[in-house]
Each structure stands twice: as C-alpha cells, then as structure tokens.
Ligand binder design. Structure first.
Ligand code: SF4
Length: 357
C-alpha cells in the first residue's frame, strides 16, 4: 500500500458530526461520551456543505466527518454523507471501529456506505477500554476488503511505553507501518483529569516539527470554525486559530480568513518553535512554559494560545506586514502555495525573501 499523505491546504474541511460516543476515553480532547448528545443539525449541515462545495468554485475536495463517533448515529451519518456526495465532495470518516463485531457485519456496513472514500480508525490503550481490539481488527479487515484507503491512529503518552508498543505490534499484524499514525497525549480536554498518570517526557527544547493538521479547518455543530481539529477547542477565549462562527459570518469569509491567517500558516510552515523563538527575542520569554512535552507540537501550541499576553502578541504579529510577507513567501517556497501572495499583493521580489528561512 502507498503512504497516505495529508491533502494540501484547505482541500479538506472537517465537520464534527456529533459529540456522542459510546466510549468516554480518558484522553479525549473534546470530552465526547455516551452522555453527550450535541450533533450537527441536518439543515445546518445542508447549508454548510453547499457553501463548502461552492467555495472558490469547488476548491475543497474532501469533507472529513469526525466526532465523537460518527457511526454512533448512522442515520445522521448517512444523511450528511449523501449531502456531501450530492455536492461533489469526497468523504472521509474518523471512527473507533466499534461497529466491527464481526468481519461480515463490518463489511456489509461499509458496503452500505459507498460514499466513504477514506477511514481513520483510532485504537490505543484508552480506546481499548471500550472497544476491544478484535472489533478494530474486523473493522480494518472490512476496510481493506472494501478497498477503502485508511490509517490507524494510535496515541500514547510515551512512544517507549510497553502498552503502546503492544498495540502498535497488534496493528502491524493487520496493516503496513505507513498506515499507522501516532500522537502524544497531553493534559487537555478530559486528559487534564489524568495529568498525574501521564508519563510523557519533558524537555526544555520546544518541538521542531511543523503542523500538518492546521491545513484542514473544522466546523463544529454550533457553527464555530477552528483552524484544526485539535486541542484548541478546549480554550474558552478567542485565539488566532478560532476562525469565526457561521452564525455570524459566511463560510466564504471564514475560509478566506484561513487563507490569510499568518499565525496559522506560520504553524504549518515552522511549527510553534518559530513563534516561541520570536517571543523570546521580543523579551516575552517569561510567558513561555519552562518545559515542553517531547514530540508534542499541540502541547506547545496550546501553551501559547492559552496565555493571554501571548495571544495579544500573536494578534499584533498577525497584522505585522513584514511577518505576513515572510509567511506568504515561506508558503510559496516550502509549500508551493501562492494564496497569501496574491491576496497580500506581494507579487514583486521582496527583501523579505532573504530571510524566509
Ligand atoms: S499544533 Fe496547534 S494548530 Fe496544529 S493541530 Fe496542534 S493545536 Fe492545532
């Protein structure tokens, strides 16, 4: 099987279908569970999907349905997928695979949902308290049998942890290594309640990686749109990755904002580390954490966005012309994206090119 690559910027838009889930995993960022019943209203979904499909004349290709557990309300999932398919969008779905009670049943279910073009199946020590691995194995088998591309997502507080290695070894019996994605748990959302149990390692060096997840904005049932489906939804305050609300602003305007959001694209280009370095250079190091969770860019990003003084500095930085030019050229050079150059009018060669790196 070929390696699964993330779609380019904004070719993929997420829609959180439901907060309901039959599991209530200790690490869940959005605190989904059996007692959560907020879900997208079908009329809202109809309007939003039309707007997503119409944006820049079919620029967005994929609608990623997430939750909660999207399969927990099959009627709603089917209806939303049909709307997406009618609008010409491909559909990907995130799931914990609880529906894999048997191989045959799982395959029958997937065949009844022909709009699914991609599946992301989550399993790890947290999910396995609720969803036995046999079900996930059946779901993976059915996914392969149905010819649906997929990856398996495994999170852990430490990649050396024996239970993580056990889960990964189990998954490797069913799937190639390139079909596995891993992430680091950190104390946000429901995981903030198990902080003392998490065994991640700490370092005084911010993680170096850039953020790929911020390429896909995500719409929530209440109409808010975030720059990623990540931990930032746990923040109550306004912050640069909260792109707007569809109750007040059109989808087009919000997606246009994402295209020109310099902080969001700086995270995509350089990760939180660049912003942390800039904060230190600006004499604001006192607002930064002294330690970071090894390998977790989301933890570093969350630390930045949860600090009021840093948020204020980021708001000013987002308007800074020199920074905007660097981000615009960085996108062109590293990501082959010209969106900000065109909108910003940075069409002539500029001295900022010398310092993009
Ligand atoms: S690094 Fe920040 S922008 Fe990227 S997924 Fe994590 S929280 Fe979202």
């Amino acid at each position: 099987m070929q390696e699964i690559l993330d779609p380019p910027f904004m070719r993929n838009v997420g829609l959180l279908v439901t907060f309901h889930c039959q599991a209530a995993c200790d690490h869940c960022v959005i605190r989904a569970g059996p007692d959560r019943h907020e879900e997208v209203d079908l009329e809202d979904a109809r309007a939003w999907i039309r707007e997503i499909a119409a944006y820049r004349d079919r620029y967005v290709c994929v609608l990623s349905l997430t939750g909660g557990e999207p399969f927990s309300n099959l009627k709603l999932l089917r209806a939303v997928m049909e709307l997406a398919a009618e609008a010409g969008l491909f559909v990907s779905v995130v799931t914990n695979g609880f529906w894999g009670a048997s191989r045959e049943g799982a395959l029958k279910l997937l065949k009844s949902l022909p709009q699914i073009c991609f599946l992301s199946i989550s399993t790890d020590i947290y999910h396995q308290k609720y969803v036995p691995f046999e079900r996930v194995e059946n779901a993976i088998w059915a996914t392969r049998e149905a010819g649906i591309p997929y990856y398996v997502s495994i999170v852990t507080d430490s990649e050396d942890e024996p239970e993580f290695l056990r889960v990964k070894a189990e998954v490797l019996k069913t799937s190639e290594a390139e079909n596995i994605r891993t992430g680091i748990t950190f104390p946000v959302g429901r995981a903030s309640q198990i902080k003392s149990q998490l065994r991640y390692s700490l370092t005084d060096e911010p993680p170096k990686e850039a953020c790929q997840a911020a390429s896909s904005p995500c719409v929530f049932p209440d109409g808010r749109v975030y720059g990623c489906i990540g931990p930032l939804i746990d923040l109550k305050n306004d912050h640069p990755l909260l792109l707007g609300s569809l109750r007040e602003t059109s989808m087009k305007e919000i997606l246009d904002r994402a295209e020109t959001n310099a902080v969001l694209h700086a995270l995509r280009l350089w990760g939180p580390k660049r912003l942390i370095t800039m904060l230190q250079e600006a004499g604001l190091g006192r607002h930064l954490p002294v330690e970071f969770i090894t390998g977790s860019i989301c933890n570093a990003c969350f630390s930045l966005m949860s600090n009021a003084a840093v948020r204020e500095w980021l708001r000013e930085l987002a308007q800074d012309e020199e920074f905007r030019r660097k981000v615009a050229y960085g996108r062109l050079y590293y990501l082959h994206e010209s969106g900000m150059l065109e909108v910003g009018g940075y069409t002539e060669l500029d001295p900022a090119l010398e310092t993009v790196h």
